[in-house]
Design a protein around this ligand. Structure first.
Ligand code: GDP
Ligand code: ZN
Length: 317
């Protein structure tokens, strides 16, 4: 039996897994026995901690076998479309296991911030119970009046999401962003064109290019080739932004659980008169009362209503 060691899965591609270990990265396959039974989720994904048994082969081929996967603390996942798995059962596709934090990047301008998209990202991150969730506002060099941009995001700061104001162009805030990334497994995502690649390149030469190369490879790849990767930072930690992450949206949230993922609404729900209150029209609704007295912003409440409506439409089929 070969030597056993533990490591972190940093890349997956069509049944091959790159595991970062104390001996460096090792390309592995799954032990047969692990693969046999039907799984409702991906057995191994980026971010998983695994035990590897080394094989006595050259370093350029498969160097090990994954013999065990540690229990996941959390996952960012989505439900695979039924047609894609050829079964009536829903199956979970793991985008990343055990993320420490999510950083959602938007631009102050060009393109201007899309707050409803931000809210959808936040709901998906809350559902996954990602412990640290931050917002990064780039391109602040483009706005003559930063106060107006800050006002737009002030509500997010108030409810508990830290907001970083940065510019990849001038370098403002880049050191702070670097400090936030170091030592953590970060989901770093946002719409295209907001400057994610530029920000990562400003943090470390080539980092953005390497991360966006993953994204491009996955977009162009055939559906059957599932490829994902998280890129290491020189100072420790990993950054991931696969299209899978960009597509995270709360479509597998049931309408009645949505209120739990708007963090300023969640604690109010217990005070609604009816336990199944939808916060749309019911008498004695603590959420609507909070909106009226300004404790919940009208924008976020409106966002909740619209998303709830979309989720309800999704559920009628
Ligand atoms: P991504 O699609 O999110 O990776 O965005 P890119 O990094 O490719 O940037 C998109 C465009 O925005 C490019 O033309 C960049 O030069 C520009 N850009 C990125 N960061 C900044 C910034 O801080 N200020 C300004 N003015 N432009 C930026
Ligand atoms: Zn209510």
């Amino acid at each position: 039996m070969g030597e056993q060691l533990t490591g972190l899965v940093i890349r997956t591609q069509s049944g091959f897994f790159t595991v970062d270990t104390l001996q460096g990265p090792i390309v592995c396959q799954l032990r047969g026995r692990l693969k046999e039974e039907y799984q409702e989720t991906d057995l191994v994904a980026i971010g998983d901690r695994v035990t590897v048994e080394r094989l006595e082969t050259g370093a350029d081929t498969v160097g090990g076998v994954i013999v065990a996967v540690a229990e996941r603390e959390r996952v960012l996942s989505r439900v695979a479309p039924r047609s894609a798995v050829g079964t009536s059962k829903e199956r979970e596709q793991v985008i990343i296991a055990n993320p420490d934090q999510a950083i959602f990047v938007f631009a102050a301008a060009q393109p201007g911030p899309h707050l409803r998209m931000l809210d959808r990202f936040l709901v998906a991150a809350e559902k996954a119970a990602i412990p640290a969730i931050r917002i990064c506002v780039n391109k602040i060099d483009l706005v003559p009046d930063l106060a107006a941009t800050r006002a737009l995001f002030a509500e997010y700061e108030r409810i508990g999401y830290p907001v970083l104001y940065v510019s990849a162009k001038t370098g403002v805030g880049i050191a702070a962003l670097h400090d936030v990334l170091v030592g953590k497994i970060s989901v770093f995502t946002g719409p295209s064109g907001v400057g994610k690649t530029s920000l990562l390149n400003a943090i470390e030469p080539d980092l953005g290019r390497r991360v966006s190369a993953v994204s491009t490879a996955t977009t162009k790849g055939r559906h059957t080739t599932r490829y994902s990767e998280m890129v290491p930072l020189a100072d420790g930690g990993y950054v991931a932004d696969t299209p899978g992450i960009r597509a995270i949206s709360p479509w597998d949230v049931e309408p009645h659980e949505l209120d739990g993922y708007y963090i300023e609404i969640a604690p109010l729900v217990a005070d609604c008169k009816f336990p199944d209150c939808t916060h749309t029209h019911e008498p004695g609704c603590a959420v609507r009362a909070a909106v009226e007295r300004g404790a919940v912003s009208a924008e976020r409440y409106d966002s909740y209503l619209r998303l709830r409506e979309m989720l309800e439409e999704e559920y009628v089929y």
